[in-house]
Design a protein around this ligand. Sequence first.
Ligand SMILES: [Zn+2]
Length: 390
Amino acid sequence: MPVRMQRRIRWAWVALGALLLNMALPLRPQAAQANDIRAQLEQAQRDLEAVRRKQKEVQNELADLAFQAEEAEAQLRLVEAELVQANANLAIVAAEYEEVSAELELVQAEVALAQARYAEKRKILGDRIRAMRENGPVDKLSVLFGAATFREFISRAEILATIARKDRELVEQMKAEKLALEEKQRQVEGRKTRLAALKAEAEEYQATVVAKREEREQVSRSLEDRRQALAAQLDEMERYGQQLAEQVAALVRELNRQAGVFAPIPPVTPVIITDHFGMRWHPILGTQRMHYGTDFAANYGQTVRAIEAGVVLQTSYDDVYGNLVIIDHGGGITSWYAHNSRILVSPGQAVSQGEAIALAGSTGWSTGPHVHLEIHVDGVQKNPLDYINW
Ligand SMILES: [Zn+2]
């Protein structure tokens, strides 16, 4: 048998009016008929659903962005490592290039010296040959025939031949030295050219990596900009959703207040009451404590149902109640469902009688899965069994 609730306090009208005025709704509370209120409620619920859907979309996009940002960061770290490697390569090649450049200068100086020595020697030799050619026959002969004996004559002739041969050998040696040096110069020049090419390549690679880093940084920045924009949107939607939820709650309260009906059904079936409202020995504290609700045995994960139609006022977690759902039934009546393993509804959501709102569990101060049901009337805990007749 339904428990008829008395029509409630007039100030509820005032509160509702103030709330609706705040939201700039054209509703005039005094004039509002149940049908008008229902139409407004349906509109507000549609709007709220749309906002929640949009919120979910934005949250999905945010999650996607977070993934992309992580990826971009990982790539940036790779590029940074690549840049370090590129810089190291460039430094090595540049140092080698400097070394070979210095070596080439040395070899070039040596070649110039050898060339000078060779030219000098050629000149001395040339002078001597010219002198021999000009005064040679006389001088050479006077040297030879100045010999006192034939033995001395032979010896002097040998000495002259030896001098001429030594000169020729020396010139050949110097020529060979010069050629060897020129070959070395060519080699060093070739190495320098190769190193210059390598250096240019390393510089180009470095420039490419620097450009890549700039690009990755830009991607990271634009992802962050987008994330901030979405986060701001989400805040905005959260505020708007909150307003709509309050509006829905106010409208449902008003409808229920006008209907004046509170006829609850059990939150779980079969109904097995394991603890009653009133003073009791507290199973966890081990002292006499007031128990503000009725405990219903439930299986872990069993569906917990709204005992009466209303609007979800609060969903929360705390150390005592665990996962808690509070439903506002209007007329100052709320029902509380504690220790759930999971909550299936969200604040502002209208629920019908018997609708699944949670899964039973043992969160908070609880020794095993059960539903702790409280009924509050104008903020005061009442014995649920006073309102329940099943
Ligand atoms: Zn309890």
